[in-house]
Design a protein around this ligand. Structure first.
Ligand code: DOR
Length: 452
């Protein structure tokens, strides 16, 4: 076969302002041609196949949406170190099943990715078993201990694209300043986990009604906003490209908005769980399921969630990232304060976030904007670091990293269907609409949903 034709789908590519029915042709791993139908009602009419039809594998995707493969700047693959939770093979299978074609994997592995050796190990394993494109994130400090800088140059040569102590906050401003200086001169993204360690230590829940109800000490939103403002000021002073991970509070959204108004090159992400869940949801869960709701930073108040959604709509929150964080059942099935923080997200992020589109119909959050936040904007942030100008787009000539999403089926999230090795998410049992049916990476089928 000399090509693949996706026929009759709704093509959604915010980077080209396309939202029309048409055909998309893949050749030699790249997007070769897009034909927009002059007759949206009968998509196949008026379009030619382009080339010898017998040499082309044709997929009829009418009724489905063809979109650029999703890009996630925040995943934990637990490889090396925790194969019972996840491996590069299982985590990237979950990514492909969720429509992701490029992901960044965080450094809190075992051993920590703080040296060129570990970076190379990760990339070697990716070459052998990854189903999607993976770029490692290196640690900022050795062992994530916050005491001395990791081998930044070695890791950059080894292949990292970003540095982060994610899971931990770098408390020492001088170390972070030096890391940002280095990052600015070596075109590396700095991904910040913003939780003041003193304000958040032993406070695993948002400071509010739910904390009071459960009798657990809660962390103030200040724990996040103090660090967000510090890191913005450090980025301003050093010229570093700063990306703020898992933003959860209204106060932080305001600070980011102001920093952007000053023209700073910063970006910010929110997770599906911080956008779709509130701290009070913990109380509605059965006691033995409450640990599933523990994440760092914690789920916040209604007020914070509303501010986060507004930030997402207006673009202050540039993108959605999963913070896919696999844990074992026995680490989550514990009283809230003893459970490990984190939930998985790669398999289900798009159908979950599709609910934001429904929910916000009146306030104009369109599917196209959702694709922008999950593919185009992360692509724009990562593109310059990789030297790729067409990441997260369906532009002709771009690598054929593509997802096909059928927006019609209604279904209930079932952990038996996860490709991730872990099952820790409170979204199991939630009714959602729409699912990924195919994912292509460099024009090769990385995932195809089995027909029942
Ligand atoms: O909830 C979280 N879990 N937040 C993080 O920042 C780290 C992650 C993990 O690695 O489990």
């Amino acid at each position: 076969m000399s090509g693949i034709l996706l026929r009759g789908g709704q093509i959604v590519d915010p980077s080209q302002n396309i939202h029309r029915v048409g055909n998309l042709l893949i050749r030699e791993g790249k997007i070769a041609r897009i034909e927009i139908s002059p007759h949206p009602a009968s998509p196949s009419s008026g379009l030619s196949l382009g080339g010898d039809p017998s040499q082309i594998a044709v997929y009829d995707v009418s009724g489905s949406i063809i979109l650029p493969g999703l890009i996630d700047l925040h995943t934990h693959l637990r490889d090396p170190g925790d194969p019972e939770k996840e491996t590069i093979a299982t985590g990237t299978a979950a990514a492909a099943a969720g429509g992701y074609t490029t992901i960044l994997c965080m450094a809190n592995t075992d051993p920590v990715n703080d040296s060129a050796k570990v970076t190379r190990t990760i990339l070697d394993r990716c070459n052998r078993s990854a189903k999607v494109k993976v770029h490692p994130v290196g640690a900022i400090t050795r062992g994530l201990a916050g005491k001395e800088l990791a081998d930044l140059d070695g890791m950059r040569e080894g292949g990292i694209v970003a540095i982060s102590d994610d899971g931990e906050t770098v408390a020492n401003a001088d170390l972070l300043y030096r890391a940002m200086k280095w990052a600015a001169s070596s075109h590396t993204l700095v991904i910040s986990h913003c939780e003041d360690p003193d304000l958040s230590r032993n406070r695993p829940i948002h400071q509010g009604e739910s904390a009071l109800n459960l009798g657990i000490d809660g962390a103030s939103p200040l724990a996040e906003s103090l660090m967000v403002e510090r890191d913005i000021l450090l980025a301003e002073a050093t010229g570093a490209w700063l990306h703020l991970a898992h933003i959860s509070t209204a106060a932080a959204v305001n600070l980011i908005r102001r920093a952007k108004e000053r023209g700073l090159s910063i970006s910010a992400e929110a997770t599906p769980h911080h956008l779709l869940l509130k701290d009070e949801d913990i109380l509605t869960a059965a006691k033995e399921r409450q640990g599933l709701f523990r994440v760092a930073p914690p789920l916040r108040s209604r007020f914070d969630v509303a501010a986060l959604k507004k930030g997402l709509r207006e673009g202050t929150i540039d993108m959605i990232a999963t913070d896919h964080a696999p844990h074992l059942e026995q680490e989550k099935n514990l009283p809230f304060s003893s459970a490990k923080p984190g939930m998985i997200g790669l398999d289900i992020a798009l159908p979950l976030c599709y609910q934001l589109v429904d929910e916000q119909k009146n306030s104009n959050f369109t599917f196209s904007q959702l694709v922008e936040r999950m593919a185009a904007t992360p692509g724009k942030r990562l593109g310059p670091i990789l030297g790729q100008s067409s990441l997260g787009t369906l532009k002709v000539g771009a690598p054929a990293d593509i997802a096909v999403f059928d927006p019609r089926p209604e279904w209930v999230i079932d952990s038996n269907h996860f490709f991730s090795r872990s099952k820790n998410t409170p979204f199991v049992g939630r009714k959602v609409q729409g699912r990924i049916t195919m994912t292509f990476v460099d024009g090769k089928l990385a995932y195809q949903r089995m027909q029942k």
